[in-house]
Design a protein around this ligand. Structure first.
Ligand code: MIC
Ligand code: SF4
Length: 648
C-alpha cells in the first residue's frame, strides 16, 4: 500500500509506537524553536532539568512578541533568552530579526524533517514540506533534554487542490479562509492536513506557508505541502539548496478523508468578528467603514506580500480616518523592500511602518479604539486579542487589506479600480544573518542573566485523592487561550512571573476571577467548566500554569483543543470530559463538585462520579489519558515526572 507524506516522515522519525490513528507514537525531533513570550518558561524549565547542552541537532531562541519595552521587563527577558541560548547551545535570533515562523522558513526549515515550536503557528514551516508542530514550553524543554516527542497519531486528511488562484485579488489567504468556512475552528482537531493535487504547483513556498500557518485555526496538529520544484526554487533562492529533497505522496496513498478545493472558484473572503471561521465573501460587507488596517504577522508578511502591497499603495494615500500599520515578517524582507524602494511607496502613502515583530496581532501596540473596526491580514480575531475587547477585528487577504486602507471601507477589490503589480518570485533573496547568533563553542562558561521579573517555575504537589471544589466559571464552546490567559502589552511582560500573571486569568471575561480563585483555594480550590474545543488557539502554557498556581485540580469540558489539553496535563490539571454532553447544561457557576478516589479511578477505569453537592445529583466524567499521561498527572506534572524518570 502506498504512503502519504505524513507516514513517510513519521516512519523515518519513529522511536516507538505505531502509526495507527489515536495510538501514542514517539518521534525523534530534528529542530526545536522557542519565541520569547513562551520561551522564558521553556528555558527556565530546561534549566531545572540540569543538562549541560541541548540534545537536539538544532535549537533556536527567537524574540518577536514582547518587543514594546515600555519598562525593564521585556529587555530583561531578551537578555535572559540570549544568555540561556548561548549557555545551552542554541541559536539566538535577536529582536528585530523577525517573526519566528517567517525567519525559520527562510533560514532553517527543511523538507522531510520534524520541528517543534513553542507557538501554535509553528506549522508555517509545513509550506516547505516539513512536519512542524506547535507545543507547550514544557514539551519542548523535555525534547531539548533528549526525550522523544509523544503524540496520539493524528488522522491524515488530504486536501486536494486543483485549478489556479484567480489573481490578482485572490491569494493563498483565501484558500485557508475557505477551508475554515467549511470546517470551522474545530474541524482539524486530531488531524494533519496534507495538501496535494495539481493546484499545488500554482502556489509558491511562501503562499503555501500562509495556508499551513493558518491551519492552526482549524485546530489541526499541523499541515504539510509536498516538496517539489517550487520548494527547490525557494531553497536555492535562500542559498540552501542542500536542504532540499523531493517529497510527495505515493499514487496509491490512503487518507482518512479527502477535501477538494478548486482554486479557480475562490473569491476574496473575509472573517468577521470574533472568530476566524466566521467567513463570508468580502462583497457581502461592501460599504462598511473601518478605522484601522494591519498588514503582516506570521501569516502574511513575506517579500511577495510586501511587494504586492506596496504596488497597491504606490501613488495612493491611506484614507483620512484609517490608520494603516505594516509589519514586514523578517529583517530579510524589510531589508529587501528598503533596497528596492517598495518601502518608500508604503511610507509615501501614509503607512505606519512597524518593526519585524508580532505587534498588533497580539495587542503589543496598535490597539484599535473603542467600537472601532480593524481589518487585518493576520490569523486570529478573538475578542480582546487586539488589546481592546470593545473593538471588532476582521481578517482578509493582505492585498484586499491594502485596497481597503486606501478606500476607507470594505470593498471588493475588483470594483476598486486600483492596480496591483504581478509578482515575480526572486531567484535570490538577500541573505544577511547578522542578527542570528550561532551557538557558542565555549558554551559551558556562559553566565545566564536573570532580571528581577524572572521568577522560579512553580511546581505542583502530587495529585490529591479528593477533589472538593467550587465551579468558579462556566463557559461556552471554543473558549480560547486568549480568554483564559489574555495577552496584550499590560499582561505579556509577566510571562516570566507566574505569581504576577496569574492575577489576570480570565480577566477579559470576569475581572473578579483571580480574587475568587484565591479565596476558593483555601476551601479546596476551584473548578472550570467549559464547552467544546476548550483552550483553542495559542500554545501558551501560561493558560495552564496560572490556573495550576491558583489551585485548580481539574477542568471539566465537552472537549479540549490539543495543545491546551497537553499543557493542562503537563501542569498536573486533569482534563475531564462530560461522559454525557447534556450534563454540561445542569452544572452552574457556584455549584460545589466532589470527586472521591481520584487516584484509584485514574489508575483504573478513568470514569469518575462527580457529585454536585449544591444541587444533589451526580454525573460522570472521563479522563481518557494514556499511561504516560496518567503517570504525569499522578506526579503533579511533567516537570516532577521528568525528574523522577531521571532518578530511575
Ligand atoms: C498567538 O498567536 O496567540 C501567540 C501569541 O503567538 C501564541 C503564543 C503565546 O501566547 O505566546 C501562540 O500562537 O502559540
Ligand atoms: Fe506572532 Fe501573531 Fe504569529 Fe502569534 S499569530 S506568532 S502573535 S504574528
Amino acid at each position: 500500500m502506498g504512503k502519504n507524506i505524513v507516514q513517510k516522515i513519521f516512519e523515518e522519525h519513529k522511536v516507538y509506537g505505531e502509526l495507527k490513528q489515536g495510538t501514542p507514537v514517539g518521534l525523534k525531533i530534528d529542530q526545536v524553536y522557542t519565541q520569547d513570550a513562551t520561551g522564558t518558561m521553556t528555558w527556565l524549565q530546561f534549566e531545572v532539568m540540569g543538562l549541560n547542552r541541548v540534545k537536539v541537532p538544532l535549537a533556536v531562541s527567537y524574540v518577536d512578541h514582547n518587543m514594546i519595552q515600555s519598562n525593564y521587563m521585556n529587555h530583561d527577558d531578551h537578555v535572559f533568552l540570549q544568555t540561556v541560548a548561548a549557555r545551552y547551545g542554541a541559536y539566538f535570533s535577536k529582536p528585530g530579526n523577525g517573526i519566528c515562523h517567517q525567519v525559520h522558513l527562510e533560514r532553517f526549515a527543511a523538507p522531510g524533517r520534524i520541528a517543534l515550536g513553542t507557538d501554535s503557528h509553528t506549522p508555517t514551516a509545513g509550506g516547505i514540506g516539513m512536519i512542524a508542530i506547535g507545543v507547550g514550553g514544557l514539551d519542548a524543554a523535555t525534547v531539548m533534554a533528549g526525550s522523544p516527542f509523544e503524540l496520539a497519531m493524528p488522522q491524515v486528511t488530504f486536501i486536494r487542490l486543483t485549478g489556479k488562484l484567480n489573481r490578482p485579488w485572490v491569494t493563498a489567504m483565501d484558500v485557508i479562509l475557505e477551508i475554515l468556512r467549511r470546517l470551522t475552528v474545530k474541524g482539524g482537531v486530531g488531524k494533519i492536513m496534507e495538501y496535494g493535487g495539481p493546484g499545488v504547483m500554482n502556489l509558491n513556498v511562501t503562499e503555501r506557508a500562509t495556508i499551513t500557518n493558518m491551519g492552526a485555526e482549524l485546530g489541526a496538529t499541523t499541515s504539510i505541502f509536498p516538496s517539489d520544484e517550487r520548494t527547490l526554487y525557494y531553497l536555492k533562492a535562500q542559498g540552501r539548496e542542500k536542504d532540499w529533497k523531493e517529497l510527495c505522496a505515493d499514487e496509491d496513498a490512503e487518507y482518512a478523508e479527502v477535501i477538494e478545493i478548486d482554486l479557480s472558484s475562490l473569491e476574496p473572503l473575509i472573517a468577521k468578528p470574533h472568530s476566524p471561521d466566521a467567513v463570508v465573501p468580502i462583497r457581502e460587507l461592501s460599504g462598511t467603514k473601518m478605522n484601522q488596517v494591519c498588514i503582516g504577522s506570521c501569516t502574511n508578511s513575506s517579500y511577495q506580500v510586501m511587494r504586492s502591497v506596496s504596488s497597491i499603495l504606490r501613488g495612493n494615500t491611506v484614507a483620512e480616518w484609517v490608520s494603516l500599520h505594516i509589519n514586514p515578517g523578517s529583517k530579510q524582507v524589510y531589508e529587501m523592500i528598503a533596497r528596492d524602494s517598495a518601502l518608500s511607496d508604503m511610507i509615501a502613502a501614509g503607512a505606519r511602518m512597524l518593526e519585524s515583530s508580532c505587534g498588533p496581532c497580539i495587542g503589543m501596540g496598535g490597539s484599535p479604539g473603542t467600537g472601532h473596526i480593524s481589518i487585518r491580514s493576520y490569523n486570529r480575531n478573538f475578542r480582546g486579542r487586539c488589546g481592546n475587547k470593545d473593538a471588532f477585528v476582521y481578517l482578509a487577504n493582505p492585498l484586499c487589506c491594502a485596497v481597503m486602507a486606501i478606500k476607507g471601507e470594505i470593498i471588493d477589490p475588483g470594483d476598486s479600480g486600483i492596480h496591483v503589480d504581478e509578482f515575480e518570485e526572486p531567484s535570490r533573496y538577500l541573505i544577511n544573518d547578522n542578527m542570528l547568533i550561532p551557538p557558542k563553542e565555549d558554551y559551558a562558561k556562559v553566565n545566564i542573566i536573570k532580571g528581577p521579573n524572572i521568577k522560579e517555575v512553580p511546581i505542583k504537589e502530587p495529585l490529591k485523592d479528593e477533589i472538593d471544589a467550587e465551579v468558579l466559571i462556566k463557559l461556552g464552546d471554543n473558549v480560547t487561550t486568549d480568554d483564559i490567559m489574555p495577552a496584550g502589552s499590560t499582561i505579556l511582560p509577566f510571562r516570566s512571573n507566574i505569581p504576577a500573571i496569574s492575577e489576570f486569568v480570565f480577566s477579559n471575561i470576569d475581572d473578579t476571577f483571580s480574587r475568587r480563585a484565591k479565596e476558593a483555594r483555601t476551601k479546596g480550590g476551584g473548578i472550570i467548566v467549559g464547552g467544546e474545543n476548550y483552550g483553542q488557539g495559542s500554545s501558551r502554557e501560561h493558560a495552564a500554569i496560572a490556573p495550576m498556581f491558583l489551585g485548580f485540580q481539574a477542568v471539566i469540558a465537552k472537549s479540549f483543543a490539543r495543545i491546551h489539553r497537553s499543557n493542562l496535563i503537563n501542569f498536573g490539571i486533569i482534563p475531564l470530559q462530560f461522559k454525557i454532553a447534556e450534563d454540561y447544561e445542569r452544572v452552574e457557576k457556584g455549584d460545589r463538585l466532589f470527586i472521591r478516589n481520584v487516584c484509584e479511578i485514574l489508575a483504573g477505569s478513568q470514569t469518575y462520579t462527580v457529585e454536585n453537592r449544591t444541587k444533589g445529583y451526580s454525573f460522570e466524567a472521563v479522563s481518557s489519558l494514556n499511561d504516560r499521561e496518567r503517570e504525569i498527572i499522578f506526579r503533579g506534572g511533567l516537570l516532577p515526572y521528568t525528574k523522577q524518570q531521571a532518578l530511575k
